[in-house]
Write a new protein. Sequence first.
Length: 616
Amino acid sequence: MSLYADNLAFIAKHNPAVYRALAADAGDGADSADYLPESDNFIVRRNGMQILLHSEFDREREFDRLLQPVGEADKTVVIFGLGNGQVLQALRRRHPAVEHLVVIEPNVEIMRSFLAKHDFVESFSVFNKVSFVVGQSPEEARKMLEGLVLSLTFAEKKMAFIAPIAYRTLYADYHGLLVQGTLEAIRFHRVNKNTLESFRLHWLINDWRNLRHVSPDVGVFRDTFAGWPAVIVSAGPSLKKNMHLLPEVKKRALVIAVGSAISILDAHGIVPHFRIAVDATVENRPLFEKIDTAACPLLYNDHLFHEILPGYKGARVQMTTTNNDTLVPLIFSRAKISSLPVRSGFSVANIALYLLVQLRCSTIVLMGQDLCYTRGKLHAEGSWDEEIEDRYIRKQIETVDILGNQVYTDKTFIGMKKIFESIIADSPEVKYFNATEGGLAIEGAENVALADLLAGPLAEPRPVTSTIETILAAENANLPAKAEKIAASVEGIAGEVAKIIEYCRSVDRQYIKVHQLVETGVNRDRVMAETKKLRTLVAKLDKVEYYAKVVKPVFAERFEIRRGAMDYKNDDWRRQWSGEIGLLRLEMQEIQEYVLRTQALIEEYQGKRRLNIVFE
């Protein structure tokens, strides 16, 4: 077999997506690459341009400039454009600490040429981990890169993005999308990390206390609204322009109210088909104290502040969100309870949009989604927090709304906007309309007046209310059996939690033993032998499913950050041991404290004790 065939066979086995791109037809020739063997270079022709990929004079200087953005601490490097492949050796020579290489090559012919001249495994084996995106559209490549960045460990997120000037010129829009996608993914990750740090204990308490209130899962509507239109009502100031049309809209589309729109609609006597609530803090409790909770079913996620469900008189429907929600999926998996996981986002409106796409609604309308401070206001009149809304206003960015008015927005609104646009781009089968009639434009959603939609996509009457009531009435009969399955699953988890606590205590006892040996000056070999036993105890935790799937993810990034800040390069092995193992002990103590809280909450769930918990 030829070198190319050998490489292709290896890629077919280990990376089918890249193989499919390489095995596809050459295309229409609009994006060609001619190899120049005498100078190991390419002439690429694209969109009327004809450009040499590499310098004809000084390759070392070329790579010096290309690799300039790579810092000493960077563990991941994203290369947009492999070219002749010499960048691989240059990167390894200059930055041997790089562990993860991501290669994005938009031109399939260039990748084929590389594989015809280089052994694939040998070329990339110098890196611990290599990822490839080859021959994909700019939009698909951006999506793949965003997903990749979000999946990286904390250490791998120390990264650099590099691109030869020839690629930046030939594929300018492509390059721009990738840079934007990388920045958005990193920003979204930081928000998730900060949210996790702030709400770790809130979520723990809310998840276990909400587990007592057994409800149908939103998955019972999996096929109900397929092909139907739906409307998401948010609380932006523009809502007052068309809110009066909602009673008519309700007869023709599924209507969901989110956030402060719940109280605004209630204040105006308008009842949606569903309300959605996900806020984990006590701060939004007044919202539910001021509305008629019997009027409308509530869609809630597991993190919702635990005092809301007991006082909600209407029907309740559980909605498990995928980000930072691990307890309920594990319980449901063990109990063989089906559910429809819904992706999370910057806002409850983002979550609502993810949900409606998963329910396969054919047309989705956004209302009151200003994403800015229209007329200097955050909410339409009637919001539960209307009197104190000034505390939430952050006029950080000046921009223009769809009506040409100068308005202010902030980073949170921009984050929400980006997620809306990402969802829209990923679901081209859905028709999107922005009936806010003000606010910022949302790419992919046609700006339209709600009244015009009533004569078009929302013209057909639909039995939304009666359909929801029929399904929920049928599901109520299944709730006692569901509650028994959950209780049985919790019984198993209680045993695992007790095991985790005992492992943590054993680690602490072993640490004290080894620390005493270090203090008395015994030889290094004896200390390392006892330390190995300590590490073996820690490793046992990963074999406990509740720890691996629920507890460990809560602390993983926090621990990685702390370890990354430690300097283990110390000539005194005792001081080095003290730093490394002392940090490990601290981690076990934090885990033990967290799991002891879990144990108390399980006992409360089982009716064995009552906890007095105050949220601040």
